[in-house]
Design a protein around this ligand. Structure first.
Ligand code: URP
Ligand code: ZN
Ligand code: ZN
Length: 457
């Protein structure tokens, strides 16, 4: 079946052009002006922007954490994702201590299989790096897992500096890439202990025990290890200006480092924690929300190209789940929902507010994550031969964000009432219209995507 998207403006990382797009089956067959095709269903998209399907390379669906499980599994999470224009997610298959990587990967395949409404791939989060795990790394690549995650905090996940060095050295030989959660674990623990002694354990305290220096110190340490090994690494969910300064310092000395940030660090700040009870709890994530100056620095770094990708770190909990930590923030499950809102937030507060160009948005949400995580040009571009993953965005529509229309099982959104410009009108996933007039019309059509090695420069 051929579909001709006629009269839209195709967005790429290098420009916008009025072009028709011909979809043949699951692939993009032609892109050009005034395409004349006889046997195609013609869809008038004049006045609309056509983006490559957005890629969210940082989600946590169906993750057991803090004695609970994230509110969103692959069914609700990917439905929310695709409704917001995300056609591919890269979730963190997570190795529990004592488990093999193959067991962990198998667990994640079971969680995702036949439930996903967008395409999906997996990073492997490693919590237990030992000799037998080392031997499994090759088989991860064979199974399409070419990126890994390591944590510098959280008891269940933390790797020592020595283990990190060993992991990076092993992956250097194999051509893999590691994203790292950078926070200084010792400082967090010591500050939490102090606050416990003072009996100040409400959500307001959460950012106080995880100051920016925890992030910048860990970034410095990670980049020192990466420099010693001589391998590029990814800083995930960068939140602070101080952390960014460390990245700049190492880049100036020639270290290759990629950086991801998330909408919450661009659009929300730590004043949210001043709100009492559940209102403050809604914003408990790690790293925590920072100051307005930090957000400003991150926006600037998006503009200059110093930050390479914007993902969500969607890790959702209901208010009931969050309420477990109301008397003691350290027991609260960390994370925010935003897989449905990232695209429209970046369009409204990035492109329309002229903080980034539309081409940069395409780079940050499509092209760069596809290249960084070995999926380009299958994903991340509207090009002949690419998967026909296309977001049709109406730039003229006005709206606002509310949990009432969301697909996430979290019963709140951190962006309630926030005004938006533009609307994800329809979404094509490998040639099939899965979202029409803003609603999911075709569910559970997502496929596992095997990835190759990173190609981002
Ligand atoms: O608070 C957050 N971000 N939770 C998700 C897990 C992580 O650290 O990425
Ligand atoms: Zn993290
Ligand atoms: Zn995360």
């Amino acid at each position: 079946m051929n579909i001709l998207l006629r009269g839209g403006t195709v967005v790429s990382s290098t420009g916008t052009k009025k072009q028709d797009v011909l979809i043949n089956g699951s692939k993009i067959a032609k892109v050009g002006r005034f395409l004349n095709v006889h046997d195609a269903e013609i869809v008038d998209v004049s006045g609309k922007l056509l983006f490559p399907g957005f890629i969210d390379a940082h989600t946590h669906f169906d993750l057991e954490v803090s004695d609970t499980v994230t509110a969103d599994d692959f069914e609700s999470g990917t439905k929310a994702a695709v409704c917001g224009g995300t056609t591919t997610i890269v979730d963190f298959a997570t190795q529990n201590k004592g488990e093999s990587l193959n067991q962990a990967l198998n667990n994640w395949h079971i969680k995702a299989f036949s439930k996903s409404s967008c395409d999906y791939a997996f990073h492997m989060a490693i919590s237990d790096f030992n000799d037998s795990v080392k031997e499994e790394l090759c088989s991860m690549f064979e199974q399409g897992v070419s990126s890994f995650k390591a944590y510098m905090t959280y008891d269940a996940m933390i790797l020592s500096d020595e283990k990190l060095f060993d992991l990076l050295s092993t992956l250097k030989a194999l051509g893999g890439i590691v994203g790292v959660h950078c926070e200084n674990d010792g400082i967090i623990k010591a500050l939490t202990k102090q606050q416990r002694e003072n009996e100040t354990l409400c959500s307001k305290t959460h950012p106080l025990v995880r100051p920016s220096l925890c992030e910048s110190e860990a970034i410095n340490r990670l980049l020192s290890i990466a420099k010693a090994v001589d391998i590029p690494v990814v800083i995930v969910h960068l939140s602070s200006k101080e952390g960014l300064e460390e990245v700049r310092k190492f880049r100036a000395e020639g270290t290759k480092v990629y950086v991801e940030t998330c909408p919450q660090y661009l659009l929300l700040d730590d004043s949210r924690y001043e709100q009492e009870g559940l209102e403050g709890a809604k914003f408990v994530c790690s790293p925590p929300l920072r100051k307005k100056e930090d957000s400003k620095a991150l926006w600037h770094a998006l503009k200059t190209g110093e930050i390479n990708t914007v993902a969500t770190d969607h890790c959702s909990f209901t208010l009931e789940q969050k309420s477990v930590g109301l008397q003691d923030f350290s027991k609260m499950p960390n994370g925010l929902p935003s897989v449905e809102t990232r695209g429209i937030l970046m369009y409204t507060y990035g492109v329309c507010k002229r903080r980034i160009s539309i081409e940069q948005m395409c780079k940050l949400l499509c092209e760069n994550p596809a290249k960084l995580y070995g999926m380009y040009p299958k994903k991340g571009a509207i090009k002949v031969g690419s998967d026909a993953d296309i977001v049709v965005l109406d730039p003229k529509a006005d709206g606002f964000i509310t949990k009432n229309t969301h697909h996430s099982k979290a019963d709140y959104t951190p962006y309630e009432g926030v005004r938006t410009k533009g609307r994800v009108e329809s979404v094509y996933l490998r040639g099939r219209e899965v979202v029409k007039n803003g609603e999911v019309v075709l569910e559970k059509k997502g496929k596992y995507i095997k990835r190759g090695k990173s190609t981002l420069n």
